[in-house]
Write a new protein. Structure first.
Length: 565
C-alpha cells in the first residue's frame, strides 16, 4: 500500500492532542521531543519523526525538545551527535535552548532504581546473558523466575551499590525489574534495568561503570523533561506497558505514549543495523554516500530540506505500516528543483563536432536564460565556436524510426544557437568507433529558429569545445534492485539485492563555462539530462564533480495523472 493523498488533513495524533487541550489535560501544555540515539546518522525515516514532532509543537503552541538517548556508550560517538544536530537544523527546525541528554539524568535514574529496589520492584540478578535468555522463555512458553529473584531488599541494595562502585566484572550482575515472568508480553518478563559496562561515555567519561537500559532511561527522561505526548513508531507498541509500568511504580509525571507507522520506502533499507553494515562492509563510501537514505546522503545528492518536508507531509501519519513508493520522494525533489534550479548545459559523453563552414577564429556569445519561466533568474552568455561537443547518444549513423536527433544528412537545432547538418562521419580506423562529425551550419538560423519557416524535430544541447570546463559526473541510481530488499525470504543477505549499477562515474564530461567556480552543494538542471548538484566533498574549482540528484522522467506524476482519471 502506498500513500497517495497529498491534501493536508488532521491526523489521529493531532486529534488526540486537540482533544487533550480541550479537556485541559496537562494544563494545556504540549511538549514533544525528538529523541535519537547517537549511534549512527539520521535517515529519512527520522526526518518523518522530526517533522512530526517539531510541527506538532509549533502548531499547538508548544515546544519540542531535542534529546539524545545516550545510554549505550560502546556504540555512541560525538560525531553522531554533531551530525544529528546539523541534520535537524538543515531540515529547518530549531530546538532553541531545549537540548538535553539522557546522560544528564544518570544520577536521578540511579536514585529511581534504588527506589524500585526498596519497594521490592527490582532485584540484582547474577545469571549470565545466555541464562537470562533461557529463563525468559519464548512467545509460546512462559519464562521462569531467576533463582536470585527472592534476594532481600538489603542484599539487592548492597549488590547494586557495589555494581556502581565497580567491584564486579562486566556481565556478572544486572539489575532487573520484578514484574511477571509469565506475562504474554516478553518485554514484561523481568526486563534488565542496569548492566555493568566499563566503557567511557562521550559526555560523562569514566564516572559510570553501570548504565541504564533504553526502556528504563527513555520513559524517565520523558517524565523528567515534562513531555506530554511521547510520539514514537509502531515497533515500540509492545514496549508501552513497560513504559507505563516504570512511571506508575515510581509515581512520577506520566507522559502519554502514542505510536505511529514508521516510514518504509521502496528500494531502500532504513534499519540502522543494515545501514551500518553497508558502511562497514564498504558497499558505500560512508554515511553521506549520495546513494544512502541518510539525511546527509540526501543532502549531498542534492535534495533540499523543502522537498523532504513536503514528502513527509504528503505521506502523512498512519496507524498501520505501509510501503511508500520511492517515486513519490523523487517527485517531490523534482517539483522543488524545477522552480529553483537554473538551466545549464553539460555533455556527459562528448562527441566532437566540427562546423566546417564556421570561421575558425570566430567566437560568438549567445544568450541563454537560466529559467524559461522565471526571468528573475537572468541569463548567461554561451560561447559558440567552430568546434563543439554534443552528446554521443544524440548521433546515430543508422538511426531507427522516430529518432529525431542527428544522423548523416539530417538537420537539427542546437539549443540557443543554429541549425546544423551532418555532412561527414569520422571513425577510428581500428575500432570503427565514431570519433568526430563534420557539419555545416545555417547562419540565418541564429537563436535556433529558421527565417524561412522550415522546421526540425530535434533540439540538442552542446558546449563549445575550447571553452568547456572538464568535469566528473556521478550518475546515481537506486541502491537496491528489489523493491523491498529488507524482506527477501529467498535471499538471506539483503546485500545480495544491491544494484551493481547504482553508481556510474563519468570522468570526461564537459560543462558550459558559466559553471566555473560553482559552489559545493549548488544545484542546477543539465538541460535534457536531469537535476544535478556540485558535490560537497570532492568538488573544488579546479576539479568540478557533479552528482545526479534525479532524472527528468517523473514516474510518480504519471501515476497521479492516471489515478485522477
Amino acid at each position: 500500500m502506498t500513500t497517495t493523498d497529498s491534501s493536508p488533513s488532521r491526523d489521529f495524533i493531532r486529534n488526540i492532542i486537540a482533544k487533550d487541550l480541550k479537556a485541559n489535560k496537562n494544563e494545556c501544555r504540549v511538549v514533544t521531543r525528538f529523541p535519537p540515539e547517537p549511534n549512527g546518522y539520521l535517515h529519512i525515516g527520522h526526518a518523518k519523526s522530526i517533522c512530526l514532532n517539531f510541527d506538532i509543537a509549533a502548531e499547538f503552541g508548544g515546544v519540542c525538545n531535542l534529546r539524545f538517548d545516550d545510554t549505550n556508550p560502546s556504540k555512541e560517538e560525538v560525531e553522531y551527535v554533531e551530525s544529528i544536530k546539523s541534520d535537524v537544523r538543515w531540515l529547518g527546525f530549531d530546538w532553541y535552548n531545549m537540548l538535553f541528554y539522557a546522560s544528564d539524568y544518570f544520577d536521578q535514574m540511579c536514585r529511581y532504581a534504588v527506589q524500585l529496589i526498596k519497594d521490592g520492584k527490582a532485584y540484582v540478578c547474577s545469571l549470565n546473558t545466555e541464562e537470562i535468555r533461557e529463563y525468559r522463555g519464548t512467545l509460546t512458553k512462559p519464562g521462569k523466575d531467576s533463582p536470585y529473584r527472592k534476594r532481600s531488599v538489603e542484599e539487592n541494595l548492597d549488590l547494586f551499590e557495589r555494581m556502581r562502585a565497580g567491584e564486579f566484572e562486566d556481565g556478572s550482575h544486572v539489575l532487573r525489574a520484578k514484574i511477571d515472568m509469565a506475562s504474554p508480553n516478553m518485554n514484561m518478563r523481568d526486563p534488565t534495568i542496569y548492566r555493568i559496562r566499563r566503557v567511557a561515555h562521550h559526555r560523562t567519561g569514566n564516572k559510570w561503570c553501570i548504565y541504564p537500559m533504553y526502556d528504563f532511561a527513555h520513559c524517565l527522561s520523558d517524565s523528567i523533561e515534562g513531555i506530554t505526548h511521547s510520539i514514537c513508531t509502531l515497533e515500540f507498541e509492545d514496549n508501552r506497558p513497560l513504559y507505563d509500568w516504570f512511571l506508575d511504580r515510581l509515581n512520577v509525571l506520566h507522559p502519554q505514549q502514542i505510536e505511529f507507522a514508521r516510514l518504509n520506502l521502496s528500494y531502500t533499507v532504513l534499519s540502522k543495523r543494515k545501514l551500518v553494515q553497508l558502511v562497514e562492509q564498504g558497499h558505500v563510501t560512508g554515511w553521506d554516500d549520495p546513494r544512502m537514505p541518510t539525511v546527509s546522503g540526501l543532502r549531498r545528492r542534492g535534495y533540499t530540506p523543502e522537498s523532504i518536508r513536503d514528502f513527509c507531509e504528503r505521506i502523512g501519519v498512519a496507524k498501520r505500516d505501509s510501503m511508500v513508493d520511492i517515486a513519490l520522494l523523487e517527485h517531490c525533489i523534482r517539483e522543488d528543483l524545477n522552480e529553483k534550479s537554473p538551466r545549464v548545459m553539460g555533455v556527459l559523453r562528448p562527441l566532437r563536432v566540427v562546423i566546417d563552414n564556421y570561421p575558425e577564429d570566430q567566437v560568438e556569445e549567445l544568450e541563454g536564460p537560466y529559467h524559461p519561466e522565471d526571468q528573475g533568474m537572468g541569463s548567461r552568455k554561451l560561447p559558440f565556436s567552430r568546434e563543439l561537443y554534443i552528446e554521443r547518444d544524440d548521433f546515430r549513423e543508422d538511426p531507427p524510426k522516430k529518432y529525431f536527433r542527428l544522423a548523416p544528412g539530417r538537420e537539427v537545432r542546437l539549443r540557443y544557437a543554429y541549425y546544423i547538418r551532418c555532412e561527414e562521419v569520422v571513425k577510428d580506423e581500428q575500432t570503427g568507433e565514431v570519433v568526430e562529425l563534420h557539419c555545416t551550419y545555417d547562419p540565418k538560423t541564429r537563436g535556433g529558429w529558421s527565417s524561412d519557416g522550415r522546421k526540425v524535430k530535434g533540439t540538442l544541447h552542446w558546449v563549445s569545445a575550447p571553452h568547456a570546463l572538464k568535469a566528473e559526473v556521478r550518475l546515481y541510481d537506486r541502491l537496491f534492485e528489489k523493491a523491498n530488499p529488507g524482506d527477501q525470504k529467498d535471499v538471506p543477505d539483503f546485500t545480495a539485492c544491491l544494484n551493481p549499477r547504482s553508481l556510474e562515474a563519468l570522468t570526461s564530461c564537459r560543462v558550459e563555462p558559466s559553471l566555473a567556480g560553482a559552489a559545493p552543494g549548488s544545484r542546477c538542471q543539465f538541460e535534457r539530462l536531469g537535476y544535478f548538484c556540485v558535490d560537497s566533498v570532492d568538488s573544488y574549482p579546479e576539479a568540478l564533480v557533479f552528482n545526479r540528484t534525479v532524472t527528468l522522467r517523473d514516474s510518480w506524476a504519471k501515476i497521479e495523472k492516471k489515478a485522477k482519471k
